[in-house]
Design a protein around this ligand. Structure first.
Ligand code: SF4
Ligand code: SF4
Length: 159
């Protein structure tokens, strides 16, 4: 079967750059190609103020399109969600602790390899969904659930 079109360009950069090029030396196109399209970073999290423990919920950011696991207005998202974190080599060290455990940025930051279902390795953007890593069709929009009830929607991260 022919793979579906990938909204992220993967045919960029140096051969297997994710294995050899440090994060802060990647080109913007290489950096963007690292995203596996899982959408898990767009789920709301709850952080325990005392322990710093981060719990994932199935409550998605208002801009997440749950059928594609993509941001519906990525280029202008800050106009709607000012708190959305822009991930860069500079901000990654501060954010890595709450990023999904399978996130390519977090994995490389921690010196770990990508999983074999990553679209950079499979050439197919569907592989992240087939592997059961994404939350496709499994989230609830944040405007449907009052924030005080988010605790009732904590989930285990699919890994
Ligand atoms: S968790 Fe990481 S790999 Fe997955 S969508 Fe977010 S930035 Fe991309
Ligand atoms: S604004 Fe877009 S990129 Fe940011 S958390 Fe929401 S859905 Fe994700």
């Amino acid at each position: 079967m022919k793979p579906k079109a990938d909204p992220i360009r993967r045919d960029v950069g140096r051969p297997r750059f994710w294995e050899t090029v440090p994060l802060d030396r990647m080109t913007p196109a290489e950096w963007e190609a690292l995203c596996d399209g899982c959408g898990k970073c767009c789920l709301n999290k709850l952080e325990d103020e005392e322990t710093g423990e981060v719990a994932l919920t199935r409550i998605a950011c208002r801009l997440l399109d749950d059928s594609t696991c993509r941001c519906a207005h990525y280029p202008i998202r800050k106009q709607f969600v000012p708190e959305c974190v822009v991930l860069t080599p500079r901000t990654l060290p501060r954010s890595a602790y709450w990023m999904p455990r399978t996130c390519a940025y977090r994995l490389l930051h921690e010196g770990k390899p990508l999983f074999d279902w990553h679209p950079l390795l499979t050439g197919d953007p569907e592989s992240v969904h087939r592997a059961g890593i994404s939350l496709r069709d499994r989230t609830i929009p944040e405007f449907e659930i009052p924030e005080e009830d988010w605790e009732d929607h904590i989930i285990d991260e699919p890994t």
